[in-house]
Design a protein around this ligand. Structure first.
Ligand SMILES: [Zn+2]
Length: 465
């Protein structure tokens, strides 16, 4: 059902590289870990910030009618009733009667080649599960003795502002998705900025889900970061806007340097009743094609629900035609953590350079955690070190740079290759005197080629690289 793994960028290799080089650590690791949480290390946080920045640049800076927002993680409990999450944001769970391992019923059904998803009713999914019960094995013990399928709500509850011992009866929820904060602020943004329909609101932030079986590394998390944009449009413009955003979001990955054969469209089999269209962009992760981003035409469901539950008017008065309507929503929604995994997978490579096998992350410059590394050729020559420090100070005021004087040059190159640094600058004896005074060696990550560049031209040279 899923494509065969590419052994060059297998999950094991990616996880090992991410840990070894400080991209991703298991959450609460020294206490044995906390399932469904991961921490981004020194290079991971740089990569994650760069992914967010590229997204923001494309979605907010690059669009005339999209504005940004950063809404609260804790939201009024009614929000999640209105959105349908309290009633319907649930995943199907089965439990192994032999070893008590809990699994997602739809995933187990998919693993034996049949179709199921979390939008099926409890009766429907139990029927499908029963049809395949003789083939479905527990992921832990391999036995085939399961409970019935039941649904578990995914919202994470908290006691925020509630000091009663039975607080769980009236919890405040951590947001299950960032877009609700956008709907809540539709009117505020409309009244306080110069936007007119059609306009969009974009947000990057954390969301929380009580995933039954967090798995596939940072692909399915209990604490995740979303990058979402909701476009508010005139009802009759919904589908043309939708098609436009489908094209844009596909092109976004190509512009980032993704190979087109590693992306594909997937249309949702079961649409929720209010939705007009829902397609996912899937990426070829090491474990097969899986959802990276969703693009959805949601009708007026979201604003209408909040209008109904809050009692506030969320309609829009068109200043030109004097028409009043509740705007329809076109949404693009992508997980930052999934993007991170896709980016590392896409640009992971192994090749041979100078007779040695190496691992290299061929990140585009915009995404690379470190843009340039600066080396004095030798650590024990004060004049080389002083000049290298001078060059480092100059570069680090312009871009994220790293200084390294540890070990031989070859080793320092390998280390930078593994974290995806596009260029390394070496200060050697030629930098100090003669015709070559004030020139440095710049080594290219992808080709290993070296060029001498004058220090005064270094910044513009590196910016173009
Ligand atoms: Zn079991």
């Amino acid at each position: 059902m899923n494509e065969i793994q590419n052994p060059a960028n297998s999950m094991e290799k990616i996880i090992s590289l991410c840990k070894r080089r400080g991209f991703v650590f298991q959450g609460s690791e020294i206490y044995g870990g906390l399932a469904g949480t991961y921490d981004y290390g020194p290079y991971g946080v740089e990569l994650a910030n760069n992914i967010k920045a590229v997204w923001w640049k494309s979605m907010v800076q690059g669009e005339r009618n999209i504005v940004g927002l950063d809404s609260a993680i804790f939201t009024h409990p009614k929000v999640w009733e209105a959105s349908g999450h309290v009633g319907g944001f649930a995943d199907p769970l089965v439990e192994c009667k032999e070893c008590n391992t809990r699994s997602r019923a739809d995933h187990l059904i998919e693993d034996v080649g049949a179709f199921a998803d979390e939008k099926m009713s409890v009766e429907e999914i139990n029927k499908v599960f029963d049809e395949h019960r003789d083939k479905i094995k527990c992921v832990k013990c391999g036995k085939k003795n399961f409970t019935e399928v039941r649904y578990i709500n995914l919202l994470v509850k908290s006691n925020l502002g509630n000091f009663a011992s039975d607080w769980a009866k009236e919890p405040t929820y951590l947001r299950g998705e960032t877009c609700q904060g956008i709907y809540l602020n539709f009117k505020n943004v409309l009244d306080s900025s110069r936007v007119k329909v059609p306009f969009g609101i974009a947000q990057v932030g954390k969301a929380f889900r009580n995933e039954i079986a967090p798995r596939q590394y940072i692909f399915r998390l209990r604490e995740l970061t979303q990058m979402e944009m909701q476009m508010f449009v005139k009802p009759e413009d919904e589908m043309t806007t939708y098609e436009k955003w489908r094209q844009k979001r596909w092109q976004y990955y190509l512009d980032l340097g993704f190979k087109e054969e590693n992306l594909k469209w997937h249309e949702h089999e079961n649409l929720v009743f209010y939705a007009k269209a829902a397609w996912d962009i899937e990426y070829k992760f090491p474990f097969g094609f899986k959802e990276l981003e969703g693009i959805h035409a949601r009708g007026d469901y979201d604003l209408s629900q909040h209008q109904k539950f809050s009692g506030k008017d969320l309609s829009y008065l068109d200043p030109v035609t004097n028409e009043r309507y509740v705007p329809h929503v076109v949404e693009t929604s992508v997980g930052l953590d999934r993007s991170f995994l896709a980016v590392v997978t896409e640009f992971y490579d192994e090749d041979e350079l100078g007779g040695e096998t190496r691992t290299v992350l061929r990140f585009p410059r915009t995404l690379a955690p470190i843009k340039v590394a600066v080396f004095p050729l030798l650590k024990n020559k004060p004049e080389l070190v002083a000049k290298a420090e001078e060059v480092f100070t100059m570069l680090s005021s312009q871009m994220r740079a790293e200084f390294d004087d540890n070990g031989n040059i070859g080793k320092r190159y390998r280390r930078q290759d593994e974290i995806g640094t596009p260029a390394c600058v070496t200060i050697d004896f030629e930098t100090l005197e003669g015709d070559t005074k004030d020139t440095v060696t710049v080594r290219n990550r992808d080709t290993g080629a070296q060029e001498r560049v004058h220090i005064s031209e270094l910044v513009s040279y590196l910016m173009q690289a």
